[in-house]
Ligand binder design. Sequence first.
Ligand code: ATP
Length: 352
Amino acid sequence: MAGLAIHRVTKQFGDHRAVDDLSLEIAPGEFVALLGPSGCGKTTMLRMLAGFEQISSGTLTLNGTLLASDQHHVPPEQRNMAMVFQSYALWPHMSVADNVGYPLKLRRVQGSEYQRRVAHALEQVALTPYAQRSPQELSGGQRQRVALARCLVTDPDVVLLDEPLANLDRNLRASMEHSFVDFHRRTQATMVYVTHDQSEAMAMADRIAVMRDGALVQWATPETLYREPRSEWVARFIGQGSQLQVAGGAPGQQLNESALMQGLAAPLTARTQPVLVRPEHIRIEAHSPAHSTNPSNLTGRVERLTFRGERYELHLRLSTGEALLAYHHTALNEGQHVAVRLLEGWCLEPDQ
Ligand code: ATP
């Protein structure tokens, strides 16, 4: 099955390259996130998909049909895509139902067909009881659901979302994440979701394209990105963890406890391999290190303790000098010495 194919796409604004030789094959019905820090080219890529922006080189195809190349540009209204914006972009003087039906009016859909499709779209986002309200009488989350229903009503092949939750508070964002996932399951639409929030991308997307300086740096499922980040940069961007330098190992390799201990025991000049250690792979023994049964003899000092509700976060300074982030289920004292076990680590490509 064909889907949305982005092949070697570049976007040049004067002498600034906003998107740099980017290729992605998105399967039909897939929920994909474009994730990266501010200014990395996510929105520019989305706008090229929508047709609001011309591409400088490469090709875009949808189900085998060419949408764009440096010679060719299918205009936005002929792409059968819908876009949801951070700002909702609702008409304040129209009811919720009229907002949702607006794209149908533009397409001259009328009568019972119009009524049926508006009712169906409102049902999909659980807003049927709000059909006659004005957008001002709704919460931010409800407004975003109206925007979602409005894009759904035209039955698009692809839904493009540009940071749609950026204006919502934290609790509402979590419940909207569920709404988007439900929406995706029900409609089976192909969705491309732009965000700089890694937890949002991880919670919703089937696959995540991580972008840096216009280029694709990793394209993987959320689980793979978390467990097997390719480079030091991706590891810093996704999830929490500490990076240590060890001897031995190669990028893409997993190290067990004894390999990590050997790698840390080597002289500093031999320790050239960056390794990611996630906090859940660290064990802390709070009793006196002198009486520890810890086979590795690694110790650390608690420099800072932060209460996070379900756990404490410990910022440790290892006896070997490195900083380490660990979790613990009970409080410890700042300044306290503890025994530390590093159960596993993941070897990264060093930053350029
Ligand atoms: P954010 O998360 O802040 O929205 P982003 O990853 O979506 O960032 P883009 O908006 O795609 O990034 O911008 C990528 C780069 O291209 C930025 O350096 C931006 O200044 C530049 N840029 C975007 N649009 C234009 C334009 N029309 N003209 C010139 N430069 C532009």
